[in-house]
Design a protein around this ligand. Structure first.
Ligand code: 5GP
Ligand code: ZN
Length: 111
């Protein structure tokens, strides 16, 4: 999608510190980390909201969660981590391309 920063990262038009990539998702470091480890797991397909998720995307999101679970130890998240999916304005979603924040590398607030 035009002017979507994550679509540009997916396309390689904007550099990012990628830690994982396959045919349907990419995981890269957040440019403004709010935890010692702050990664973003982003589907290559552009869509904004969970309300746009049908069967195909639900399966994709399932694989993203499965991948996060499998990769977590190698990403420095063996001691635990938090996933965050901001949805819409009130949650502070700033990039209109669905993404999962991976936060860890420390004891997190509210833990
Ligand atoms: P949101 O607020 O939409 O849930 O999260 C968007 C996240 O994307 C923010 O944490 C922000 O720091 C990150 N971000 C925005 N632009 C870029 C960028 O160009 N590169 C990377 N690596 N992260 C970005
Ligand atoms: Zn996009």
């Amino acid at each position: 999608m035009e002017n979507c920063i994550f679509c540009k990262i997916v396309a390689g038009e904007i550099p990012s510190a990628k830690v994982y990539e396959d045919e349907e998702m990419v995981i890269f470091k957040d440019i403004a980390p709010i935890a010692n480890i702050h990664l973003l797991c982003v589907p290559k397909e552009h869509f904004k909201l969970l309300s746009e998720v049908e069967e195909t995307r639900a399966a994709l999101l399932g694989r993203m969660l499965q991948k996060i679970g499998r990769l977590a130890p190698s990403l420095g998240l063996a001691e635990g981590y938090r996933l965050v999916v901001n949805q819409g304005e009130n949650a502070g979603q700033t990039v209109p391309h669905l993404h999962i924040h991976l936060l860890g590398g420390q004891v997190l607030p509210w833990a």
